[in-house]
Design a protein around this ligand. Structure first.
Ligand SMILES: Nc1nc2c(ncn2[C@@H]2O[C@H](COP(=O)(O)OP(=O)(O)OP(=O)(O)O)[C@@H](O)[C@H]2O)c(=O)[nH]1
Ligand SMILES: [Mg+2]
Length: 327
Protein backbone atom coordinates (compact mmCIF):
# COMPACT_ATOMS: atom_id res chain seq x y z
CA UNK A 1 0.00 0.00 0.00
CA UNK A 2 1.13 3.52 -0.73
CA UNK A 3 0.61 5.71 2.36
CA UNK A 4 -1.82 8.63 1.97
CA UNK A 5 0.80 11.13 3.05
CA UNK A 6 4.35 10.83 1.85
CA UNK A 7 6.72 13.20 3.66
CA UNK A 8 8.25 16.16 1.86
CA UNK A 9 11.94 15.65 1.16
CA UNK A 10 14.46 18.25 2.36
CA UNK A 11 17.70 18.70 0.45
CA UNK A 12 21.00 17.97 2.12
CA UNK A 13 21.82 21.66 2.58
CA UNK A 14 18.62 22.12 4.58
CA UNK A 15 19.43 19.17 6.86
CA UNK A 16 22.95 20.44 7.48
CA UNK A 17 21.79 24.00 8.15
CA UNK A 18 19.06 22.83 10.49
CA UNK A 19 21.49 20.66 12.44
CA UNK A 20 24.05 23.43 12.84
CA UNK A 21 21.34 25.89 13.82
CA UNK A 22 20.17 23.54 16.55
CA UNK A 23 23.53 23.49 18.29
CA UNK A 24 23.12 27.14 19.15
CA UNK A 25 20.53 25.95 21.66
CA UNK A 26 23.22 24.32 23.80
CA UNK A 27 23.37 26.15 27.12
CA UNK A 28 26.64 27.57 28.33
CA UNK A 29 26.58 26.10 31.86
CA UNK A 30 28.95 27.10 34.62
CA UNK A 31 31.64 24.51 35.42
CA UNK A 32 34.80 25.22 37.37
CA UNK A 33 36.94 22.96 35.18
CA UNK A 34 37.23 24.37 31.67
CA UNK A 35 38.11 21.02 30.04
CA UNK A 36 35.03 19.35 31.60
CA UNK A 37 32.91 22.27 30.50
CA UNK A 38 34.15 22.07 26.90
CA UNK A 39 33.66 18.30 26.89
CA UNK A 40 30.08 18.63 28.11
CA UNK A 41 29.21 21.35 25.58
CA UNK A 42 30.85 19.46 22.70
CA UNK A 43 29.05 16.23 23.55
CA UNK A 44 25.72 18.01 23.80
CA UNK A 45 26.28 19.66 20.42
CA UNK A 46 27.16 16.37 18.75
CA UNK A 47 24.14 14.64 20.27
CA UNK A 48 21.86 17.43 19.16
CA UNK A 49 23.19 17.42 15.60
CA UNK A 50 22.90 13.67 15.47
CA UNK A 51 19.29 13.67 16.63
CA UNK A 52 18.25 16.52 14.30
CA UNK A 53 19.76 14.78 11.27
CA UNK A 54 18.49 11.31 12.19
CA UNK A 55 15.01 12.72 12.66
CA UNK A 56 15.06 14.47 9.26
CA UNK A 57 16.48 11.46 7.39
CA UNK A 58 14.33 8.99 9.33
CA UNK A 59 11.17 10.88 8.48
CA UNK A 60 11.91 10.45 4.79
CA UNK A 61 13.11 6.85 5.08
CA UNK A 62 10.16 5.71 7.20
CA UNK A 63 7.59 7.65 5.17
CA UNK A 64 8.45 6.20 1.77
CA UNK A 65 7.02 2.78 0.94
CA UNK A 66 9.60 0.01 0.62
CA UNK A 67 9.57 -2.43 -2.27
CA UNK A 68 7.76 -5.07 -0.18
CA UNK A 69 5.04 -2.63 0.92
CA UNK A 70 3.90 -2.18 -2.69
CA UNK A 71 1.68 -4.61 -4.52
CA UNK A 72 2.44 -5.59 -8.11
CA UNK A 73 0.29 -2.88 -9.63
CA UNK A 74 1.70 -0.09 -7.47
CA UNK A 75 5.23 -1.33 -8.12
CA UNK A 76 4.68 -1.49 -11.87
CA UNK A 77 3.16 2.00 -12.04
CA UNK A 78 5.80 3.59 -9.82
CA UNK A 79 8.62 1.96 -11.72
CA UNK A 80 7.21 3.04 -15.06
CA UNK A 81 7.55 6.60 -13.82
CA UNK A 82 10.83 6.35 -11.93
CA UNK A 83 13.79 3.98 -12.03
CA UNK A 84 13.08 1.15 -9.57
CA UNK A 85 16.69 0.35 -8.86
CA UNK A 86 17.44 4.01 -8.18
CA UNK A 87 14.45 4.13 -5.82
CA UNK A 88 15.75 1.24 -3.75
CA UNK A 89 19.30 2.59 -3.85
CA UNK A 90 18.20 6.03 -2.65
CA UNK A 91 16.32 4.58 0.32
CA UNK A 92 19.27 2.35 1.16
CA UNK A 93 21.56 5.39 1.03
CA UNK A 94 19.39 7.11 3.63
CA UNK A 95 19.56 4.04 5.83
CA UNK A 96 23.32 3.89 5.45
CA UNK A 97 23.71 7.61 6.23
CA UNK A 98 21.67 7.17 9.40
CA UNK A 99 23.90 4.42 10.67
CA UNK A 100 27.06 6.34 9.71
CA UNK A 101 25.97 9.49 11.54
CA UNK A 102 25.12 7.46 14.64
CA UNK A 103 28.50 5.71 14.43
CA UNK A 104 30.45 8.98 14.00
CA UNK A 105 28.59 10.53 16.92
CA UNK A 106 29.28 7.59 19.24
CA UNK A 107 32.97 7.48 18.31
CA UNK A 108 33.45 11.23 18.58
CA UNK A 109 31.76 11.32 21.98
CA UNK A 110 33.95 8.47 23.18
CA UNK A 111 37.01 10.32 21.94
CA UNK A 112 35.97 13.58 23.59
CA UNK A 113 35.38 11.87 26.92
CA UNK A 114 38.94 10.58 26.90
CA UNK A 115 40.51 13.67 25.35
CA UNK A 116 43.38 15.01 27.45
CA UNK A 117 43.40 18.61 26.19
CA UNK A 118 41.30 21.42 24.76
CA UNK A 119 42.92 20.94 21.34
CA UNK A 120 42.11 17.23 21.37
CA UNK A 121 38.46 17.99 22.18
CA UNK A 122 38.30 20.60 19.40
CA UNK A 123 39.86 18.13 16.99
CA UNK A 124 37.26 15.44 17.72
CA UNK A 125 34.47 17.95 17.45
CA UNK A 126 35.54 19.45 14.14
CA UNK A 127 36.25 16.03 12.70
CA UNK A 128 32.66 15.08 13.59
CA UNK A 129 31.34 18.25 11.91
CA UNK A 130 33.30 17.45 8.75
CA UNK A 131 32.27 13.80 8.48
CA UNK A 132 28.68 14.61 9.41
CA UNK A 133 28.44 17.24 6.66
CA UNK A 134 30.06 15.08 4.02
CA UNK A 135 27.75 12.08 4.69
CA UNK A 136 24.72 14.35 4.36
CA UNK A 137 26.10 16.14 1.29
CA UNK A 138 26.54 12.72 -0.33
CA UNK A 139 22.80 12.16 0.12
CA UNK A 140 21.93 15.03 -2.17
CA UNK A 141 21.38 12.94 -5.30
CA UNK A 142 19.25 10.41 -3.42
CA UNK A 143 17.16 13.14 -1.84
CA UNK A 144 16.63 14.85 -5.20
CA UNK A 145 15.58 11.52 -6.70
CA UNK A 146 13.15 10.85 -3.83
CA UNK A 147 11.59 14.27 -4.38
CA UNK A 148 10.77 13.13 -7.93
CA UNK A 149 9.61 9.73 -6.69
CA UNK A 150 7.26 11.46 -4.26
CA UNK A 151 5.54 13.19 -7.17
CA UNK A 152 5.30 9.84 -8.99
CA UNK A 153 3.89 8.09 -5.93
CA UNK A 154 1.17 10.74 -5.67
CA UNK A 155 0.13 9.86 -9.22
CA UNK A 156 -0.25 6.12 -8.63
CA UNK A 157 -4.04 5.63 -8.83
CA UNK A 158 -5.63 4.87 -5.50
CA UNK A 159 -7.52 1.70 -6.23
CA UNK A 160 -9.20 -0.16 -3.39
CA UNK A 161 -8.64 -3.90 -3.55
CA UNK A 162 -11.78 -4.68 -1.57
CA UNK A 163 -14.09 -4.29 -4.56
CA UNK A 164 -14.10 -6.07 -7.87
CA UNK A 165 -12.52 -4.00 -10.60
CA UNK A 166 -13.81 -3.40 -14.11
CA UNK A 167 -11.37 -1.85 -16.56
CA UNK A 168 -12.53 -0.04 -19.68
CA UNK A 169 -9.81 -0.44 -22.28
CA UNK A 170 -9.52 0.16 -26.00
CA UNK A 171 -7.95 2.28 -28.69
CA UNK A 172 -7.76 6.04 -28.16
CA UNK A 173 -10.89 8.08 -28.84
CA UNK A 174 -13.33 5.12 -28.96
CA UNK A 175 -15.43 6.44 -26.04
CA UNK A 176 -13.96 4.89 -22.89
CA UNK A 177 -14.26 8.05 -20.79
CA UNK A 178 -17.76 8.59 -22.17
CA UNK A 179 -18.67 5.12 -20.87
CA UNK A 180 -17.26 5.63 -17.38
CA UNK A 181 -19.26 8.84 -17.13
CA UNK A 182 -22.39 6.77 -17.92
CA UNK A 183 -21.57 4.00 -15.42
CA UNK A 184 -20.33 6.08 -12.48
CA UNK A 185 -20.66 9.59 -11.13
CA UNK A 186 -17.32 10.56 -12.61
CA UNK A 187 -17.01 13.36 -15.14
CA UNK A 188 -13.68 12.87 -16.88
CA UNK A 189 -12.50 14.90 -19.81
CA UNK A 190 -14.07 13.74 -23.07
CA UNK A 191 -12.82 15.07 -26.39
CA UNK A 192 -12.83 14.21 -30.07
CA UNK A 193 -9.11 13.60 -30.28
CA UNK A 194 -6.94 10.66 -29.18
CA UNK A 195 -5.00 10.42 -25.90
CA UNK A 196 -7.33 12.75 -24.01
CA UNK A 197 -7.06 10.56 -20.91
CA UNK A 198 -3.50 10.60 -19.61
CA UNK A 199 -3.91 8.85 -16.28
CA UNK A 200 -6.32 6.33 -14.83
CA UNK A 201 -9.77 7.61 -13.85
CA UNK A 202 -11.33 5.66 -10.99
CA UNK A 203 -15.12 5.65 -10.41
CA UNK A 204 -17.60 3.62 -8.36
CA UNK A 205 -20.56 1.80 -9.87
CA UNK A 206 -23.47 0.37 -7.90
CA UNK A 207 -25.13 -2.69 -9.35
CA UNK A 208 -27.76 -4.40 -7.23
CA UNK A 209 -26.33 -4.58 -3.75
CA UNK A 210 -22.72 -4.54 -4.87
CA UNK A 211 -20.33 -1.71 -5.56
CA UNK A 212 -17.64 -2.10 -8.19
CA UNK A 213 -14.67 0.00 -9.05
CA UNK A 214 -14.53 1.10 -12.68
CA UNK A 215 -11.25 2.24 -14.23
CA UNK A 216 -11.06 4.27 -17.43
CA UNK A 217 -7.51 3.77 -18.62
CA UNK A 218 -5.62 5.76 -21.27
CA UNK A 219 -6.03 4.62 -24.87
CA UNK A 220 -3.77 1.83 -26.12
CA UNK A 221 -2.32 1.16 -29.53
CA UNK A 222 -1.10 -2.13 -31.00
CA UNK A 223 2.59 -1.57 -30.75
CA UNK A 224 5.58 -3.11 -29.11
CA UNK A 225 7.07 -0.02 -27.55
CA UNK A 226 4.32 1.54 -25.50
CA UNK A 227 4.86 4.97 -24.03
CA UNK A 228 4.71 5.39 -20.26
CA UNK A 229 1.03 6.43 -20.29
CA UNK A 230 0.09 3.25 -22.16
CA UNK A 231 2.27 1.18 -19.87
CA UNK A 232 0.33 2.43 -16.85
CA UNK A 233 -2.88 1.30 -18.57
CA UNK A 234 -1.35 -2.11 -19.28
CA UNK A 235 -0.15 -2.42 -15.67
CA UNK A 236 -3.76 -1.97 -14.51
CA UNK A 237 -5.11 -4.45 -17.05
CA UNK A 238 -2.45 -7.00 -16.22
CA UNK A 239 -2.51 -6.75 -12.43
CA UNK A 240 -5.85 -5.66 -11.09
CA UNK A 241 -8.75 -6.06 -13.53
CA UNK A 242 -11.39 -8.68 -12.72
CA UNK A 243 -13.10 -7.88 -15.99
CA UNK A 244 -11.83 -5.90 -18.96
CA UNK A 245 -14.40 -4.19 -21.15
CA UNK A 246 -12.61 -3.84 -24.46
CA UNK A 247 -14.30 -1.10 -26.42
CA UNK A 248 -14.39 -0.94 -30.22
CA UNK A 249 -15.50 1.89 -32.45
CA UNK A 250 -16.75 0.25 -35.67
CA UNK A 251 -17.53 3.68 -37.15
CA UNK A 252 -13.77 4.32 -37.10
CA UNK A 253 -14.63 7.91 -36.16
CA UNK A 254 -11.88 7.50 -33.59
CA UNK A 255 -9.34 7.55 -36.41
CA UNK A 256 -8.24 3.90 -36.23
CA UNK A 257 -9.15 0.83 -38.30
CA UNK A 258 -11.56 -1.64 -36.71
CA UNK A 259 -9.24 -4.55 -37.56
CA UNK A 260 -6.44 -2.99 -35.49
CA UNK A 261 -8.80 -2.26 -32.63
CA UNK A 262 -9.93 -5.90 -32.58
CA UNK A 263 -6.36 -7.10 -32.41
CA UNK A 264 -5.89 -5.11 -29.21
CA UNK A 265 -8.84 -6.96 -27.61
CA UNK A 266 -7.30 -10.26 -28.67
CA UNK A 267 -3.95 -9.35 -27.16
CA UNK A 268 -5.60 -8.39 -23.85
CA UNK A 269 -7.33 -11.76 -23.87
CA UNK A 270 -3.97 -13.38 -24.52
CA UNK A 271 -2.79 -11.92 -21.22
CA UNK A 272 -5.30 -14.32 -19.67
CA UNK A 273 -7.85 -11.65 -18.89
CA UNK A 274 -11.60 -11.97 -18.71
CA UNK A 275 -12.54 -9.76 -21.69
CA UNK A 276 -15.93 -8.41 -22.74
CA UNK A 277 -15.90 -6.85 -26.19
CA UNK A 278 -18.34 -3.98 -26.64
CA UNK A 279 -19.00 -1.98 -29.80
CA UNK A 280 -19.64 1.69 -29.09
CA UNK A 281 -21.09 4.47 -31.26
CA UNK A 282 -24.01 2.29 -32.41
CA UNK A 283 -25.74 5.56 -33.34
CA UNK A 284 -23.15 5.86 -36.13
CA UNK A 285 -22.40 2.31 -37.21
CA UNK A 286 -23.64 -1.18 -36.37
CA UNK A 287 -21.88 -4.38 -37.44
CA UNK A 288 -23.42 -7.84 -37.70
CA UNK A 289 -21.07 -9.28 -35.05
CA UNK A 290 -22.38 -10.90 -31.85
CA UNK A 291 -20.71 -8.27 -29.67
CA UNK A 292 -22.90 -6.06 -27.50
CA UNK A 293 -23.72 -2.76 -29.25
CA UNK A 294 -23.92 0.40 -27.18
CA UNK A 295 -24.01 4.12 -27.71
CA UNK A 296 -22.67 6.47 -25.08
CA UNK A 297 -24.31 9.26 -27.08
CA UNK A 298 -27.89 7.92 -26.93
CA UNK A 299 -27.56 5.57 -23.93
CA UNK A 300 -28.53 2.57 -26.02
CA UNK A 301 -27.33 -0.77 -24.60
CA UNK A 302 -25.87 0.70 -21.40
CA UNK A 303 -28.36 -1.01 -19.05
CA UNK A 304 -27.81 -4.30 -20.85
CA UNK A 305 -24.05 -3.85 -20.57
CA UNK A 306 -24.40 -3.40 -16.80
CA UNK A 307 -26.34 -6.65 -16.52
CA UNK A 308 -23.80 -8.57 -18.60
CA UNK A 309 -20.94 -7.12 -16.57
CA UNK A 310 -22.59 -8.14 -13.31
CA UNK A 311 -23.25 -11.65 -14.58
CA UNK A 312 -19.67 -12.14 -15.68
CA UNK A 313 -17.49 -10.36 -13.18
CA UNK A 314 -17.10 -13.40 -10.91
CA UNK A 315 -13.87 -15.33 -10.90
CA UNK A 316 -11.67 -12.65 -9.31
CA UNK A 317 -8.23 -12.56 -10.84
CA UNK A 318 -8.85 -15.87 -12.67
CA UNK A 319 -6.66 -16.24 -15.67
CA UNK A 320 -7.47 -17.66 -19.04
CA UNK A 321 -11.14 -18.46 -18.70
CA UNK A 322 -12.81 -15.86 -20.86
CA UNK A 323 -16.48 -16.53 -21.31
CA UNK A 324 -16.89 -14.08 -24.15
CA UNK A 325 -16.68 -14.48 -27.86
CA UNK A 326 -13.70 -13.20 -29.78
CA UNK A 327 -13.78 -9.70 -31.23
N1 LIG B 1 -21.44 9.54 -32.02
C1 LIG B 1 -20.91 9.09 -30.90
N2 LIG B 1 -19.83 9.70 -30.39
C2 LIG B 1 -19.32 9.19 -29.24
C3 LIG B 1 -19.89 8.09 -28.56
N3 LIG B 1 -19.15 7.84 -27.46
C4 LIG B 1 -18.16 8.75 -27.45
N4 LIG B 1 -18.25 9.57 -28.50
C5 LIG B 1 -17.35 10.68 -28.87
O1 LIG B 1 -16.07 10.13 -29.16
C6 LIG B 1 -15.04 11.06 -28.80
C7 LIG B 1 -14.06 10.37 -27.88
O2 LIG B 1 -14.69 10.08 -26.65
P1 LIG B 1 -13.88 9.81 -25.30
O3 LIG B 1 -14.87 9.31 -24.31
O4 LIG B 1 -13.06 10.99 -24.94
O5 LIG B 1 -12.92 8.66 -25.83
P2 LIG B 1 -11.73 7.90 -25.05
O6 LIG B 1 -11.74 6.51 -25.55
O7 LIG B 1 -11.83 8.13 -23.60
O8 LIG B 1 -10.47 8.66 -25.65
P3 LIG B 1 -8.96 8.74 -25.06
O9 LIG B 1 -9.02 9.19 -23.65
O10 LIG B 1 -8.31 9.75 -25.94
O11 LIG B 1 -8.38 7.38 -25.23
C8 LIG B 1 -15.76 12.24 -28.14
O12 LIG B 1 -15.92 13.24 -29.10
C9 LIG B 1 -17.11 11.66 -27.74
O13 LIG B 1 -18.13 12.62 -27.65
C10 LIG B 1 -21.06 7.50 -29.13
O14 LIG B 1 -21.63 6.53 -28.64
N5 LIG B 1 -21.50 8.03 -30.29
MG1 LIG C 1 -10.53 9.07 -22.33
Amino acid sequence: MIPDKIPTVPDSKEIIERSFKDIKKVQNVYMPNFISKLKSISIQKIKLMESTALRAIGRVYDGFPKFDDLDRFERDVLFIMVNGREYERSLNNLKWARSKIAEFATNSIKGIKKAPSLTAIARFRSSFYGRFSSVIEDLDESLTFLKEAREALKKVPQVSREMKIIIIAGFPNVGKSSLISKLTNLNPEIADYPFTTKSINVGMMKMGTSIYEVLDVPGLLNRKNHNSIERVALAAIDNIGNLVVCMLDPSEECGYRLEDQKRLCDSIRELGKNVLVVENKSDLQVTDSRNLKISCATGEGIEELKKIMEANIGGGQDKGNSVFQRA
